[in-house]
Write a protein that binds this ligand. Structure first.
Ligand SMILES: Nc1ncnc2c1ncn2[C@@H]1O[C@H](COP(=O)(O)OP(=O)(O)OP(=O)(O)O)[C@@H](O)[C@H]1O
Length: 253
């Protein structure tokens, strides 16, 4: 199990005056799902890119357990908004290619595992043989989620993973993510960037609101798992949390 630690982080991009992140201290406990939310430009993707190793902080350190992150690594699975698949490979090849990087098992075993996970996320043989461009956005994100789970990294990083799909598909993908996460023997540590308050509440153990590169609010989400979206939004606590987050996001404190 892996804890992600952001320690005294400052980030200033080249040729900019402002700091994108200022004195950020944040710990994502092992096995927790934490959402980052906040207005456009507040530093959500910058924070996620630090954890993925695509970006180095100007000062401070990002660690997984005791090890400082110095670049991308197989210990972190990543899903972006605009599908992280190789367009020149079929869906099945996208999964087997990823698995081959990690596993020395025979080709037949790898193919069998890939087919199993794709069936589990609801992609039949026809979809498996298709190229990503022939699939809907929702189906492509199913492939990206399948790949993330089969690679079995202890940390998942997701940048607006469901924002390009319609609301029904979005709900289905959230359920898929939570079902796979709950099934896991060792719980993955998940950091999700989203613009959607209801998504953040439904998925998360904690929701962190960023504002101008600083933490504005850090709220625990108390609802028991497994969650049912049609039950939790009836609870009084839900309305209270939603209101609190909305206020923090819009800068009314
Ligand atoms: N490559 C870059 N070069 C210069 N400035 C950047 C770069 N990337 C981000 N920034 C700036 O850093 C700040 C934080 O950006 P970031 O993308 O992390 O915000 P965000 O909260 O993810 O925004 P959004 O919700 O619009 O995706 C913004 O002011 C942005 O303009």
């Amino acid at each position: 199990m892996s804890t992600i630690l952001f320690e005294d982080i400052n980030v200033k991009y080249d040729k900019t005056e402002q700091y994108a992140l200022k004195n950020l201290n944040l710990t994502i406990q092992a096995g927790q799902i934490v959402s980052l939310i906040g207005p456009s430009g507040c530093g959500k993707s910058t924070t996620l890119n630090l954890a993925s190793g695509l970006l180095t902080p100007t000062s401070g350190a990002v660690k997984i357990n005791d090890s400082e992150i110095t670049g991308p690594g197989l210990d972190r699975g990543v899903v972006f908004q605009n599908y992280s698949l190789f367009p020149w490979m079929t869906v099945l090849e996208n999964i087997t290619f990823a698995l081959k990087q990690k596993s020395k098992e025979p080709k037949e075993v790898i193919t069998k595992k890939a087919i199993q996970i794709l069936e589990k996320v609801g992609l039949d043989e026809k979809a498996q043989k298709s190229f990503p461009s022939a699939l809907s956005g929702g189906m492509q994100q199913r492939v990206a989620i399948a790949r993330m789970f089969i690679l079995d990294a202890p940390v998942f990083l997701m940048d607006e993973p469901f924002s390009a799909v319609d609301e029904i598909t979005r709900n289905q993908l959230q359920d898929l993510l939570l079902n796979l996460w709950e099934e896991g023997e060792t719980k993955k540590t998940v950091l999700v960037v989203t613009h959607n308050i209801d998504e953040a509440i439904f998925l998360s153990d904690r929701v962190v609101v960023l504002h101008d590169g600083q933490i504005q609010e850090d709220l625990a989400i108390p609802f028991k798992r497994p969650r049912n979206r049609f039950n939790i939004d009836q609870e009084e606590e839900y309305t209270k949390i939603r209101r609190e987050l909305l206020k923090a996001i819009s800068g009314e404190y």
